[in-house]
Design a binder for this molecule. Structure first.
Ligand code: BT5
Length: 262
């Protein structure tokens, strides 16, 4: 990957500016800094390697050289979009589901922020926001996608099984083409953010729908319930025992199918 080929191959998309790096700490950090210096909407930070890539709650995200996509897209939410930041995680996931569809791969979304291929994690999403007063001025949609098998960290660093697009396809795809299709998917789906169409598509791709899962929220006791679907704000609706419903809305949550809980 390099700046020139990215500029050229993404030129048909309505992006802001593009900043490519061979190696960075975290693309999300660079994007948050750049956003403060007024990066336009849909500006992209992308790197071939991250040395301090992060997931949620200080966990690590591994991006070895030239093996995956590590990108951060800078978005300036409109007034309506302001009220529903959780939907942006869904936006990244739907963008990727659309991109993987081009390879005839049915991806699933493990709520809230993982994209699975064959039941294993192929990508993770980290949305971070910069506020001015009570307004979200910038939202950084950070995505890590395992393109090649070499993108995966060692098994003992994983909390959940991982895979790559190369493994699912049986051959190495073109990284920039996947990036192009992912960005196109995000741009398409953003027009529908928060609509029924958006929620239905997200729900249709949900992993473990109708199945029993266990959810941990921070240090709270875990919840066990059956996944029913999504609320209009992207919250996950569970059916607990005694037929009570419970809605889980982000924060620090972990979700596992019940039959795989160690
Ligand atoms: C995530 O967090 O899955 C969000 C990952 C977001 C990464 C992108 S890359 C571009 C941008 N810049 C950044 O610094 N971050 C974003 P979480 O749900 O907390 O999952 C983290 C867990 O995933 C780790 O604890 C590992 O177990 C596992 N993991 C780490 N690297 C992985 C990989 N390459 N493939 C699959 N699983 C991985």
């Amino acid at each position: 990957m390099d700046q020139h080929s990215l500029q050229k191959r993404l030129s048909d998309l309505p992006l802001g500016e593009i900043r490519y790096f061979e190696q960075v700490g975290s693309t999300n950090d660079l994007a948050l800094t750049w956003a403060k210096q007024s990066a336009p909407d849909y500006s992209l930070v992308i790197a071939d390697e991250q040395t301090a890539g992060r997931g949620r709650a200080g966990r690590k995200w591994s991006t070895p050289p030239n093996s995956g996509l590590a990108l951060s897209l800078i978005l300036h939410p409109s007034t309506t979009e302001q009220t529903i930041p959780l939907l942006f995680t869904g936006l990244g996931a739907l963008g990727l589901v659309q991109a993987f569809k081009k390879y005839n791969l049915p991806a699933q979304i493990k709520w809230p922020n993982d994209v699975l291929l064959n039941g294993k994690k192929a990508a993770g999403i980290l949305v971070e926001t910069a506020w001015v007063g009570e307004q979200i001025e910038t939202l950084v949609l950070g995505m890590g996608v395992n393109i090649l098998k070499s993108a995966l960290p060692a098994a003992d660093e994983l909390q959940f099984p991982a895979t790559s697009l190369e493994e699912a396809l049986g051959k190495a795809p073109d990284r920039i083409q996947v990036l192009h299709d992912l960005l196109a998917g995000i741009i398409d789906w953003r027009q529908h953010l928060g609509t029924k169409t958006f929620i239905f598509a997200w729900e249709a791709a949900l992993a473990y729908k109708g199945e029993m899962v266990q959810i941990w929220k921070g240090n709270d006791a875990s919840l066990i319930g059956q996944i029913e679907g999504l609320e209009t704000d992207g919250g996950l609706r569970l059916r607990l025992s005694r037929n009570e419903a419970s809605i889980v809305r982000v924060g620090e949550v972990h979700l596992r199918p019940i039959n795989k809980v160690a």
